[in-house]
Design a protein around this ligand. Structure first.
Ligand SMILES: Cc1cc2nc3c(=O)[nH]c(=O)nc-3n(C[C@H](O)[C@H](O)[C@H](O)COP(=O)(O)OP(=O)(O)OC[C@H]3O[C@@H](n4cnc5c(N)ncnc54)[C@H](O)[C@@H]3O)c2cc1C
Length: 381
């Protein structure tokens, strides 16, 4: 389901845009099972920005009207919204990290759909959005397991694991995100939206009050994102190095617009996910990106990264900005080594995020109202 070469990924997306996106708003909530043709399956690539949001929307708009893409574009912005929201509410993530426990895999609960989705997740790394909602709801309200353990379980096996979408998706189901409003999976809803594949009649807790939190972390919001604006025109490209990571596998596109030569490498570290499928996918993706870029080295540890910068006589490194939960290079040991060698570094927040994040302080509804303006700011309209 998830190729790792960009031309194949683009081929699949083009096919989706030609054949399925027209019916996206009507069919996106149906989980028809394997292959999941009615949704884009872009999440593993957007999460790692192998494809950027701009690129995806631009391609879709080249073949369809803005009106007919309304729902799809809104979904693309859901991820942006969650990322911005978490960045502005950092305590939510630290509370979650303090709470979860590594959990056993709930292999045989006797609830057929739930057991099927567990297996699907383990075997493919992917679950349809509606299945994620049902799964989280059954985990929390029928199986009475802590939501944090469920979110941790997903983080270890999802091929598109995103700290913001995952943690906040689980919080939303639990009733902590929209405070007091939880999501309850029902047998009828599952039957309808799985096209009769499942019908867990009488097996689910269909009435349950939301999970309560003693702390109102949703109100603890930062004024702004602590990022530094980078003016590329003022940088000396001769001594500049770009360090691509799996947080942004196409950041070179931003620098290439300046038509100057610069050094680049791809820093790859094995993620500590439990899933062999996810690890192999990520490695393939990174190897392919390195192959496709000219003069790009694959670097696997901090010492080699420092050596690379020194050998190339670089005095400034550009890294992708690391939002909460995605830290790779924002590491005290690496950063102090760079400082000791007079190499400065900048964490670059893409314009897409810079424009959108400030609007993610509250709910999605006010954020949604800004989508048209955001598309304009990104020159997509
Ligand atoms: C409990 C729970 C956990 C989740 N965990 C993750 C996660 O770890 N990583 C992740 O990428 N998504 C997560 N999601 C969101 C969503 O389920 C996936 O983004 C979506 O299913 C990806 O499939 P797709 O690319 O085929 O989606 P499509 O329907 O084709 O949507 C296109 C794109 O829009 C974005 N998008 C769509 N729906 C959502 C959504 N509900 N929230 C945020 N972005 C969305 C994604 O970038 C997606 O690739 C979670 C949702 C829930 C309810």
């Amino acid at each position: 389901m998830f190729p790792s070469k960009k031309n194949k990924i683009l081929h699949n997306f083009n096919k989706f845009v030609d054949e399925y996106i027209g019916e996206y708003s009507k069919k996106r909530n149906f989980d028809f099972g394997n292959s999941h043709k009615n949704v884009s399956k872009l999440s593993p690539y957007i999460r790692r920005r192998l494809l950027s949001e701009n690129e995806i929307i631009e391609l879709a708009l080249s073949k369809h009207s803005l009106n007919s893409l309304d729902k799809f574009i809104q979904e693309i912005f859901w991820r942006t919204y969650w990322r911005g929201w978490l960045e502005l509410h950092p305590k939510v993530y630290s509370e979650y990290e303090n709470a979860y426990k590594t959990t056993d895999i709930p292999l045989k609960t006797g609830i057929k759909c739930f057991d099927y989705w567990t297996q699907e997740l383990l075997e493919t790394g992917y679950l349809h959005n509606h299945a994620r909602m049902w799964y989280a709801s059954i985990w929390i309200f029928t199986l009475n397991r802590p939501w944090e353990d469920g979110a941790k379980f997903f983080s270890e096996y999802l091929i598109d694991w995103c700290p913001a979408s995952n943690t906040l998706g689980w919080r939303w189901v639990a009733g902590l995100q929209t405070v007091g409003k939880n999501y309850l999976a029902t047998a009828d809803n599952i039957k309808l939206f799985t096209n009769n594949r499942f019908n867990p009649k009488g097996q689910l807790t269909e009435n349950h009050s939301p999970i309560l939190s003693s702390k109102n972390l949703n109100e603890e919001v930062l004024d702004k994102i602590p990022y530094e604006k980078i003016i590329f025109n003022k940088l000396n490209f001769d001594r500049l190095g770009l360090v691509i990571t799996k947080n942004d596998l196409s950041l070179n596109d931003v620098l290439d617009k300046h038509n100057k030569n610069y050094a680049k490498c791809l820093f790859y570290n094995d993620s500590n996910t439990k899933s062999e499928i996810v690890r192999a996918f990520e490695r393939e993706l990174c190897l392919n990106v390195t192959d496709e870029l000219s003069d790009c080295e694959l670097i696997e540890n901090f010492d080699n990264l420092l050596m690379w910068a020194k050998n190339k006589k670089l005095n400034c490194l550009v890294f992708p900005y690391e939002t909460i939960g995605t830290e790779i290079l924002n590491n005290k040991i690496l950063l102090s080594k760079l400082q000791n060698n007079n190499i400065s570094y900048l964490f670059y927040l893409r314009d897409w995020d810079t424009y959108a994040f400030p609007f993610a302080k509250k709910g999605f509804f006010p954020f949604k109202k800004k989508i048209h303006d955001l598309l304009k700011l990104n020159c997509l309209l």
